[in-house]
Write a protein that binds this ligand. Structure first.
Ligand code: NAP
Length: 304
């Protein structure tokens, strides 16, 4: 049997897996829906990836990892996976109808931003409602904006957006942020950021662009209309698993269950990065899991 692997997703996990498999002499094909880099592309600067003491741009790190895959002999194509068939041989079906066969498969499809699910969100998406501060921040120079969420992403994004916006309401549904203590202390250094705690956004208003939001204090029940030009939604991620149609074991939120060798519930199918259930979602952990998945594929193919 040909030593071959298909990797779905070219974020840090998939790219690292690709470096390991192609260096291991395995014909490696990565399929990426957008551009190599995954969620790194949405991060202006990564400051906790070792080896870059001053931090490194997310796009720059993605480009370096992509180069390393190509230099190792791996191939990256753009395509959207619609379905997979899992048997002794695996089949990956793309949206354009193409069907690709492989003995080993790595799922590294990552995660996407969750939607808030409030009135006005869908209608004003791209018209002031954004899920990516690094992409859309510069459109809000000297504007008033809201960031919704209380995790690391929301606080990091609020800090990043102080470069552009004149005022930032940081709206969180509880009294305490979920983000690291480091970031909780750091936001205090930015007077432009005004935390609005124990509050939820009920509605995003505007005709052709965002004009205001209705915010409800869940302790007092009071509602307030706040004038804003933009709303950045940063309330966590959901795993990109739709194309698997429930064929692999997952937790109730859809994150794939793997063992320490990154093996999923199906033989010859491995998973790594933000799509798996784990405790720490970081570029460095995604890379570590990608390395293990690549190594496991090598062992699996040799055992056939
Ligand atoms: P997260 O840690 O899951 O935080 C999501 C935040 O959104 C929470 O504060 C949550 O509130 C809030 N939220 C969830 N659903 C909501 C809803 N329907 N309405 C209003 N608020 C809602 O997600 P994340 O910040 O995107 O981070 C994802 C992972 O990446 C985390 O593990 C994080 O540590 C990691 N990360 C790390 C870094 C870093 O190390 N520098 C940077 C970015 C991300 P509750 O707190 O009430 O649940």
């Amino acid at each position: 049997m040909e030593k071959k692997v298909i990797i779905i997703g070219a974020g840090p996990a998939g790219l690292t897996a690709g470096i390991y498999t192609s260096r291991g002499g395995i014909k490696t094909l990565l399929i990426e829906k957008f551009m190599p880099g995954g969620n790194m592309l949405m991060t202006e600067k990564i400051e906790n990836y070792p080896g870059f003491p001053e931090g490194i741009g997310g796009i720059e790190l993605a480009e370096l990892m992509k180069k390393q895959v190509l230099n190792s002999g791996g191939e990256i194509i753009q395509g959207e996976v619609k379905d997979v068939n899992i048997g002794d041989e695996k089949e990956v079906i793309l949206k354009n109808g193409e069907r690709l066969k492989t003995p080993a498969l790595i799922i590294a499809s990552g995660s996407s931003r969750k939607k808030l699910g409030v009135e006005g969100e869908e209608k004003l998406k791209g018209k002031g409602v954004s899920y990516c501060a690094a992409c859309d921040g510069p459109f809000f120079r000297d504007k008033t904006i809201a960031v919704v969420g209380g995790g690391d992403s929301a606080l990091e994004e609020a800090i990043y957006l102080t470069r552009f916006a004149s005022k930032i309401y940081l709206i969180h549904r509880r009294e305490e942020f979920r983000a690291s203590k480091f970031l909780q202390e750091k936001i205090k250094e930015y007077p432009k950021i005004q935390p609005v705690l124990s509050s939820i956004v009920e509605k995003i208003e505007g005709e052709n662009k965002v004009e205001s939001i209705i915010v409800k204090n869940i302790k007092t029940g009071e509602e307030e209309r706040i004038k804003v030009n933009g709303v950045f939604i940063s309330i966590g991620q959901k795993p990109n698993v739709e194309f698997l149609n429930g064929k692999l074991k997952a937790d109730p939120s859809g994150y794939l269950i793997v063992n320490e060798n990154m093996e999923t519930s199906e033989k010859g199918v491995f998973a790594c990065g933000d799509v798996i259930r784990k405790t720490l979602y970081q570029v460095i952990t995604a890379c570590g899991e990608g390395a293990i998945a690549g190594w496991s594929v090598e062992k699996y193919l040799s055992s056939l």
